[in-house]
Design a protein around this ligand. Structure first.
Ligand code: PMP
Length: 396
């Protein structure tokens, strides 16, 4: 992978900052920006319902984006619903499902709040599987937690705090043995590695455009065709129906029935271009690039005195996310210092994973999180490590 070539596509990088916050939101390359501008400049019109040439072109581009997204994860286009973000995608499943009496949801202590709160529904018991202290989930724990009253197993693919990978394929088998849906939060995996929904065995997969070089305002819900058809629309209205009379209506098939109102057209078209961009660089190359940088980062941080580093040790596979605390310092203070002293931008706080910080790490103040993407370099990692080292030494 030619990192310098990649970097030249990202205008924000010309500011000379070291952006290590892609897990919160990624940067956007020129081809994506141009594609969205092209929509506004050349064929700006509403989709699906028009017969004039601009509407036809807008619809073609919008549907082409859906095909790109489907192709990325091994799905078919009818299984792709455009949403606002991951959070909305997960809520679409939780609110659209017809819950049976006495059903339960099995989830984990690693989850982002967006894959926990939507499952807290009246009459539904939420069972939380605990990983070990480093964030490894044991499929045996799911075997014990899942039973025939389990409606949904909701699981993150890659932890947004620890970077650890979940045993999704094993959990898929357990969920399927009990007839439960497996809902995977792919917000941190789909942008960074090859993900195939059939291989994973998930029923639903949610992810966000803004974490994968796309614009804000668009996300994706993949749903296996039959199960998608069983969700009732969260937002019924224009675009969701085949026929309406003054007293009744008949909904269209998914995805249309789940995309009420005018969708985020420019954003979806931009996301389609982001997917083309990711494919042209190659997700396997991106994964390997991040893996090398992460290993270097972890090996050094692991050895630094005065630092507490979370997640699995450097030699174990994980995504490009590293969270830590400098002993005796508030994480926000560390993040602020890294910005002002070295132009290194990292995130601090609980990263929308309070149960993990409170109940697994015992760190109510949260942590500092550095996260990598295809445009980060080995030199940036060295500068980050030096800056963290200086902060840690200043407290000795
Ligand atoms: N799940 C995970 C694992 C995440 O990292 C995030 C974003 N921090 C979300 C869900 C929520 O994504 P969004 O804010 O785009 O809905």
């Amino acid at each position: 992978m030619d990192v310098e070539r990649v970097r030249s596509d990202f205008p924000i990088l010309r500011k000379g900052l070291i952006y290590l916050d892609s897990a919160a939101s990624s940067l956007t390359p020129e081809p994506v920006l141009s594609k969205m501008l092209e929509f506004y400049r050349e064929y700006r019109a509403n989709v699906e319902r028009g017969v004039h040439r601009l509407s036809v072109r807008a619809t073609e581009e919008f549907e082409a984006a859906r095909r790109e997204v489907a192709g990325l994860i091994g799905a078919s286009p009818e299984e792709i619903v455009f949403t606002k973000n991951t959070t909305e995608a997960l809520n679409l499943v939780a609110a659209g499902r017809e819950w049976g009496r006495g059903e339960n949801v099995v989830t984990t202590l690693l989850e982002h709040h967006s894959n926990l709160l939507p499952w807290r529904r009246p009459g539904v018991e939420v069972r939380v599987v605990r990983p070990d202290r480093e964030g490894r989930l044991d499929p045996g724990e799911f075997e014990r937690a899942v039973d025939d009253r389990t409606g949904v197993v909701a699981l993150t693919h890659l932890s947004n705090v620890l970077g650890t990978l979940s045993p999704v394929e094993e959990v898929a088998e357990i969920a399927s043995e009990h007839g439960a849906w497996l809902v995977v939060d792919g917000a941190q995996s789909v942008p960074h590695r090859e993900v195939d929904v059939r291989r994973l065995g998930c029923t639903f997969l949610a992810f966000s455009g803004h974490k994968m070089l796309g614009p804000t305002g668009v996300g994706v819900l993949y749903g296996r065709r039959e199960e998608l058809g069983r969700l009732s629309p969260l937002c019924p209205g224009g675009g969701t129906v085949r026929e309406v009379t003054s007293g009744g209506h008949e909904f269209l098939e998914p995805p249309a029935r789940l995309e009420g109102g005018t969708p985020p057209i420019a954003e979806a078209v931009g996301l389609g271009e982001a997917v083309r961009y990711l494919k042209s660089v190659g997700l396997e190359s991106i994964r390997r690039h991040e893996e090398a940088l992460t290993r270097r980062m972890l090996e050094e941080l692991w050895e630094l005195e005065g630092l507490e580093v979370y997640g699995t040790p450097p030699e174990e596979e994980r995504g490009g996310i590293v969270s830590f605390n400098v002993e005796g310092m508030d994480p926000h203070e560390v993040a602020s210092l890294l910005d002002t002293s070295a132009g290194v931008l990292v995130r601090s706080g609980h990263h929308c994973a309070m149960p993990l910080h409170l109940e697994l790490l015992g760190r109510p103040q949260g942590s500092v999180r550095a996260s990598l993407y295809l445009y980060n370099t080995a030199e940036e990692v060295e500068r980050f490590l030096e800056a963290v080292g200086e902060i840690a030494r200043s407290l000795r």
